[in-house]
Ligand binder design. Structure first.
Ligand code: HDE
Length: 753
């Protein structure tokens, strides 16, 4: 049987679904599990495994040494129609242990029972120490060729296409924690180049908490839950975090990024990414430059509001994961441009007075332009989360010829850490042979044996020099594009545990960041500090952090102090005279709305033809329509995705009201707390709540027909970003225009300038 096609039995079962329903489900809202709709009856006719969903990708079937096998990606997993043991013996029963009679004891000889349970007992591996919670996707990187002058890396040559796997993550939380917590996000990219794998292991913030890797355990121990009670999970709003960052003031720059809207992204698709460290690039002629890597999202940088983030933590803890996979499934492929800031490779390793080896500093884009060098498109979701996202192993030392490291002490420590952690996490030294980590370049190392060795090495001489294997493997030279360790000079210096004095400035760029924010972004930062410090138990820690805020900006300090009910201290260092960098603000631009979600409130007695038209128009506009109705299933011919009970405003980027639905039978507080406003209202109170929340989260709202009544009842008609239109098409057009700015910013009145 051809394993790429579903069995006849399944196809026939699908065909029996009513034509009417099948038609109504087209185009489909993303997220259906499985590649074919299930039948009510359990399928019993044997057939090969169903194919993966169309949008699912998998690691290429390469040998452990990087050779293409030509086998389909599905060969990575299961095959054949029948249940077997791990050794391939077909089994007739997996529901009953082998017993001495139906009521007798279980027999030790039951090899199937033992194999099944033993394997299950060992299904878990240690989660990542940091970045445990994440989501990955496959994609392709296409180079513009604009980096050819500065690097010999083959994958950056014009038009070159390279397969990639990207894993996004939060830092602090455990594997099962919520996606929308306030935290830094990881942005790690594995480029499978034909000159060896390149891992760009970055974050969504361009600076880091510490200047030296030796302090990484300290900042992480401070940020993780308290060791006695193991709370709070996945957040920095607690005493140990603020204790550390207020004593260790080089962390203040990264901390203000976390307190800004960058700490609560709307989507992985709306995050910038940064390599953070300065790298050294080397071209064919052996000339070098220093460079910083940037990822720029096509959809612009966009964040949640704090209340949205908190509600989502309960409503949909998988919000970012779902968003990433739904977007790919819907064909709204997440996209970024890779760019570099290029600096001359001078002995001082500074640019415009900024120490390029200090990872707590940025170089403002206004001083060194970010030059685009290629485009990343994520176009396939993983087929198996564990095999791909959990087992992918990144390492800063995975460098292709043309890209080298610098002496940034944070980077240097990371070069040690990543392999070391995989030894425990992935159970031995052969993790690069796991399918997702297999290089797409020929591998001929002299590493042998070890746990989980998949390669079958031939020959007798895994050493150099040798004559017994004919001298193989041979060292490569420039002509063979060997990796170059750039021969940078190392200054004569005493061996010390010390930083250069240029690392001592802990406040000027924090102030630069603050002054670069728009008023509404400043309000959010004040709110975040006030919230987080307000959650701390000890006043001494709050006072100490207020001192840092005073050294950043008096307005910031006073506003937070007011919220905490504490006096605002005076600065202990002179306030830096800095030039703001408008590029740091995420407000003010216009971006495409690809893959955004539009909630459509449906009244079963309302304009259903209009709803159908709008639903299709939303799809055509590259967005995802989610119908919200009083009950699940279908409303006439329309499939319902959310009910007033299951839906919540925070799932939608914009909302359209196609009617004014009367209170549904479950609109009683005893059944649904959200119906708390039940009473005299003619409209279901959950719909009013939805509109109120969308309004205060500054989302675009549109209505037509009876939908206008809802706007009136919610008291928002005629306010900025609220559209009353004569048809669904008109409402959608207006709402989509508003969505380009991400939010209706004028709805947030700012009290600080
Ligand atoms: Fe990491 N980091 N890190 N980190 N990091 C890990 O490696 C470490 C740092 C980053 O999706 C670990 O495989 C040290 C900066 C990402 O699999 C570990 C230091 C930046 C990911 C580790 C840093 C990062 C990690 C844990 C201080 C942004 C997730 C599991 C010098 C530029 C990768 C693992 C993925 C993961 C060590 C600091 C990004 C323990 C010692 C700075 C995106 O090895």
């Amino acid at each position: 049987m051809d394993s790429s096609k579903p069995a006849e039995a399944v196809k026939n079962a699908v065909k029996t679904a009513s034509g009417k329903i099948a038609d109504a489900l087209t185009p489909e809202v993303p997220g259906a599990p499985g590649s074919a709709p299930p039948t009510v009856e359990e399928p019993t006719t044997p057939h090969d495994p169903l194919p993966p969903k169309p949008e699912q990708g998998a690691p290429q079937t390469r040998t452990p040494t990087g050779a293409e096998t030509g086998a389909p990606a599905t060969a990575n997993g299961q095959q054949g129609a029948y249940l077997t043991t791990a050794q391939g013996a077909r089994l007739r029963d997996t529901d009953h242990s082998l017993k001495a009679g139906p009521r007798g004891p279980v027999l030790l000889q039951d090899h199937h029972l033992r194999e099944k349970i033993t394997h299950f007992d060992h299904e878990r591996i240690p989660e990542r120490v940091v970045h445990a919670r994440g989501a990955g996707a496959h994609g392709v990187f296409t180079a513009y060729g604009t980096a050819e002058a500065v690097t010999r890396a083959g994958f950056l040559m014009k038009g070159r296409e390279t397969e990639v796997f990207v894993r996004f993550s939060t830092v602090l939380g455990s594997r099962g924690s919520a996606d929308t917590v306030r935290d830094t996000r990881g942005f790690a990219t594995k480029f499978y180049t034909d000159e060896g794998t390149f891992d760009l292991v970055g974050n969504n913030m361009p600076v880091f908490f510490i200047q030296d890797a030796i302090k990484f355990p300290d900042i992480i121990h401070a940020g993780k839950p308290h060791p006695d009670r193991e709370i709070p999970q996945a957040q920095s709003a607690h005493d140990t975090f603020w204790d550390f960052v207020s004593l260790h003031t080089e962390a203040q720059h990264h901390t203000i990024w976390n307190m800004s809207d960058r700490g609560i992204p709307r989507s992985y698709r709306t995050m910038e990414g940064f390599g953070v460290h300065t790298f050294r690039l080397v071209n064919e002629a052996g000339e070098t430059v220093l460079a910083k890597f940037h990822w720029k999202p096509k959809l612009g940088v966009h964040s949640l509001t704090w209340e949205e983030a908190q509600l989502l933590g309960g409503m949909d803890p998988d919000f970012h994961r779902r968003d990433l996979y739904d977007a790919i499934e819907a064909g709204a492929y997440p996209e970024w441009e890779l760019g570099i800031q290029v600096f001359p490779d001078t002995p001082e390793e500074t640019f415009a007075g900024i120490d390029l080896l200090d990872p707590t500093k940025i170089v403002p884009e206004e001083l060194a332009e970010v030059q685009p060098i290629g485009r990343l498109v994520l176009n396939r979701t993983p087929t198996n989360f564990f095999a791909e996202t959990e087992q992918v192993a990144f390492h800063l030392g995975h460098l292709p010829p043309g890209i080298d490291v610098t002496n940034d002490p944070l980077l240097q420590g990371r070069l040690f850490s990543y392999v070391d952690t995989q030894l425990t996490r992935l159970g031995g030294p052969n993790f690069s042979q796991i399918p997702i980590n297999r290089p797409h370049a020929a591998v001929n190392d002299m590493l042998r044996d070890g746990f989980h060795q998949h390669a079958v090495h031939a020959g007798v001489a895994p050493y150099r020099p040798n004559s017994l294997d004919g001298g193989n493997p041979f060292p490569a030279g420039d002509a063979e594009h060997a990796f170059v360790d750039v021969p940078v000079g190392v200054a004569q210096a005493p061996k010390v545990r010390a930083n250069p004095t240029s690392f001592d400035d802990h406040y000027s760029q924090v102030r630069l960041f603050w002054l670069s924010m728009s008023p509404v972004e400043k309000e959010h930062i004040i709110r975040a500090y006030t919230f987080e410090l307000g959650k701390c138990y000890h006043q001494a820690i709050k006072e100490r952090q207020l001192q840092s805020l005073a050294n950043i900006d008096p307005v910031l300090c006073e506003q937070v102090a007011t919220g905490l009910g504490l006096p605002a201290p005076q600065p202990t260092v002179p306030l830096a005279d800095v030039t703001p960098s408008p590029a740091l603000s995420q407000v003010g631009g216009e971006w495409p709305s690809d893959g955004r979600t539009v909630g459509i409130v449906v009244d079963p007695d309302g304009d259903l033809d209009g709803v159908d038209e709008v639903r299709r128009a939303v799809f055509e506009a590259g967005m995802v329509p989610l119908l919200i109705a009083p009950h699940g299933g279908m409303v006439a011919d329309l499939p319902v995705q959310r009910t007033f009970a299951t839906g919540r405003s925070v799932e939608f980027d914009a909302v359209l009201l196609a009617g004014a639905p009367a209170p549904a039978p479950d609109a009683v507080p005893a059944r649904d707390d959200k119906a708390g406003r039940a009473g005299a209202a003619a409209v279901d109170p959950r719909v009013l709540l939805l509109v109120e929340e969308c309004w205060r989260h500054a989302k675009a709202i549109g209505a037509w027909g009876a939908g206008g009544t809802v706007l009136e009842q919610a008291g928002v008609a005629g306010t900025p970003g609220v559209v009353t239109a004569s048809s669904g098409a008109e409402a959608l057009t207006a709402v989509q225009q508003l969505m380009a700015a991400h939010r209706v910013w004028e709805r947030f009145p700012a009290s600080v300038a």
